[in-house]
Design a protein around this ligand. Structure first.
Ligand code: SAM
Length: 281
């Protein structure tokens, strides 16, 4: 396990993922009924952007750094507000020094009736995650293989909720494990919303993932992507496949992403996509 998210926290890929996460949470909160969030690859939860590791790559400067200093038009600003307000709340002086990982963002958006299960396998990241949520009765942290959690942690007793699956894509086997895990989880919890993150390298998603999700034949699935550049190798953008998306998500992202792409663009190939991958309508 070589991957450490602290080198990448707040980068352009986190921006897309966390915007989508916040929109799904806000949608779930349209009803008073409680829900649960299962974060299968949670990371350590809070990132110090002034620390040596985050400073070494400085990736956050081209992600949240650009977004926080930009003036968004009214509608995209309203849609981005739940996410950006959490980041602002962690940086009260205005200088961007700290960034919320997905479990902390989720926690800050949750109401008293909502719950979070955060799974992490890396011993150091897990230790930080555990300390962050120590004594918080709304959050359960578990040191476990996140793909296994997709079997054991669903369905939720709340019967509603969101599963975020955000592995590091360190090896090719992860696509298969992701698809097998989601297939298993969907059989046990067909009504859940599942967000599967993936990297875009030379413009292409991880091989087999998009077709694999289509083959799972969910009722609805949305594909959204944001790319900032095209290079011969490395991460140029990222995407999320959202199985059972909120019905408003495609429209919301159709407003948000075109406003955000010009802010994050690093060359003229930057772009976005929102596509109904599977629809029953
Ligand atoms: N979701 C986090 C966020 O948005 O802030 C970032 C997660 S990072 C991309 C992936 C995380 O998965 C890393 O912290 C890594 O240690 C962890 N990890 C790697 N393999 C794992 C596994 N099999 N099960 C659970 N966690 C794993």
């Amino acid at each position: 396990m070589n991957y450490r998210h602290v080198y990448h926290a707040g980068n352009f890929a986190d921006v897309l993922k966390h915007l989508v996460l916040a929109r799904v949470v806000r949608y779930l909160q349209r009803k008073e009924k409680p829900f649960r969030i299962l974060d299968t690859h949670a990371g350590c939860g809070r990132y110090d952007l002034t620390g040596e590791k985050a400073q070494r790559t400085g990736e956050w400067r081209e992600g949240i750094g650009r977004l926080m200093t930009a003036d968004l038009p009214a509608k995209p600003a309203e849609l981005a507000a739940p996410y950006l307000d959490v980041v602002r709340g962690m940086n009260p002086t205005g200088a961007i020094e700290a960034y919320p990982g997905s479990p902390l963002l989720a926690r800050r958006l949750m109401r008293t009736q909502d719950r979070l299960s955060a799974i992490e396998l890396h011993p150091e990241d897990f230790a930080e995650l555990q300390t962050l949520f120590d004594g918080d009765h709304h959050v359960r942290t578990t040191k476990l293989d996140g793909f296994l959690a997709l079997g054991g942690h669903v369905p939720f007793k709340e019967r509603r909720g969101l599963v975020l699956i955000d592995p590091p894509f360190e090896d090719t086997g992860e696509v298969t494990r992701m698809l097998d895990g989601v297939a298993r989880a969907l059989r046990r919890f067909p009504g859940g919303t599942y967000c599967l993150w993936y990297p875009l390298k030379t413009g292409e998603p991880a091989r087999g993932l998009v077709e694999g999700v289509r083959r799972l034949a969910p009722k609805e699935a949305l594909r959204c992507e944001l790319s900032v550049r095209t290079r011969a190798k490395g991460l140029d953008g990222s995407g999320l496949l959202v199985v059972n998306p909120p019905f408003v998500l495609a429209e919301e992202l159709g407003v948000l992403l075109p406003a955000i792409v010009p802010l994050l663009a690093q060359d003229e190939t930057a772009g976005w996509r929102v596509e109904e991958l599977v629809t029953s309508r």
